[in-house]
Ligand binder design. Structure first.
Ligand code: ATP
Length: 235
C-alpha cells in the first residue's frame, strides 16, 4: 500500500536561519507515526512546513499521491489534513460548544460525530457551555483534538500534546488518542518517550534538521542503544 504522506528532502529556512536541512519520511495509511527529537531539532518546523505555514524549498510533500508542495495552508487543510499546534489554537473566551461549532465547515456539528467526541472526551460534554479557558490543560488539549476531528479528516498532525501535563492525564490522553487513531491516522510530535512508544506504530527521529532514523516503533523500543544514541534516553 502506498504511503499516505511522503516527505522527500524537505529543507526549510526561516528568514536567514537554515532550520530543516534534509527531512524525509513516509507516513503510512494507518496508525500513529511519531516524530521524535530533542528540543530545537526541527519537529514543529516540520509540521508547519507540511501545512504550508513555512514554505519548504526544495524538497517535496506528497499527500495521497498528490504533490502538495507550495500549496496555501487553506488548500492543504481542505485536502483533509488537520493541525493541532502546540499552543492548541482554541478560543479561551468562547464556550466549548462555540469552539467546536467554529471548527465545523457548515456551522453545525454532525450528530454521530459529536456523540463519538463526547464518548472519547467526556469533559467536552461536561463543560459544553463553559468558556474554554476554564478547562484544565489536559481538557484544553482534548478540545483541540476534538476540533480537529469534528469534520472527517484523512490525517491529523498533533504537536506535543503532553507538554506540561500530569502522568495520569497523559495516560487518559493515550487511551483517547489510540481510539482516534483507529479512524484517523495521526502524525504526532512528542518528547515524552513513554507516551510516544505506547501509541506509536512507526517512528522517525529528527536531529538538527535531519531525519536520522525511521522505522517501526517496536524495533526502536527494543533497541536501547539506538534510543540512547539518538535521544539520550535509557528508557
Ligand atoms: N520563527 C523562528 N525564527 C527563527 N528561528 C526559529 C523560528 N522557529 C524556530 N526556530 C529555530 O528552529 C529550530 C527548530 O525549531 P522547532 O520549533 O522546529 O524545534 P522543535 O524540535 O519543535 O523543538 P521544541 O521541542 O523545543 O518545540 C530551533 O533552533 C529554533 O530556535
Amino acid at each position: 500500500m502506498s504511503a499516505l504522506l511522503t516527505i522527500e528532502h524537505m529543507k526549510t529556512d526561516i528568514g536567514q536561519y537554515k532550520v530543516l536541512h534534509d527531512v524525509s519520511f513516509s507516513v503510512p495509511q494507518e496508525g500513529v507515526f511519531v516524530l521524535l527529537g530533542r528540543n530545537g531539532a526541527g519537529k514543529t518546523t516540520t509540521l508547519r512546513s507540511i501545512m504550508g505555514l513555512w514554505r519548504p524549498s526544495p524538497g517535496s510533500v506528497r499527500f495521497r499521491e498528490e504533490d502538495i508542495t507550495g500549496l496555501h495552508t487553506a488548500d492543504i487543510a481542505r485536502r483533509g489534513i488537520a493541525y493541532v499546534p502546540e499552543d492548541m489554537g482554541i478560543f479561551g473566551g468562547l464556550t466549548v460548544a462555540e469552539n467546536l461549532v467554529l471548527a465545523t465547515a457548515g456551522g453545525t456539528p454532525e450528530e454521530g460525530r459529536l456523540a463519538r467526541i463526547f464518548e472519547l472526551f467526556p469533559a467536552i460534554e461536561k463543560f459544553w457551555t463553559k468558556p474554554a479557558r476554564a478547562l484544565s490543560g489536559g481538557q484544553k488539549q482534548m478540545l483541540a483534538v476534538a476540533r480537529a476531528i469534528i469534520e472527517p479528516r484523512a490525517l491529523i498532525l498533533i504537536d506535543e500534546p503532553t507538554k506540561g501535563l500530569a502522568p495520569a492525564i497523559i495516560d487518559a490522553m493515550a487511551d483517547a488518542f489510540a481510539e482516534v487513531a483507529k479512524a484517523t491516522p495521526i502524525l504526532l510530535v512528542e518528547q515524552n518517550f513513554h507516551f510516544a512508544s505506547r501509541l506509536g506504530t512507526n517512528v522517525a527521529v529528527i536531529e538538527d534538521g535531519h531525519v536520522v532514523h525511521q522505522g517501526a516503533m517496536a524495533d526502536f523500543v527494543a533497541d536501547r542503544a539506538l534510543q540512547e544514541r539518538l535521544l539520550s534516553l535509557s528508557a
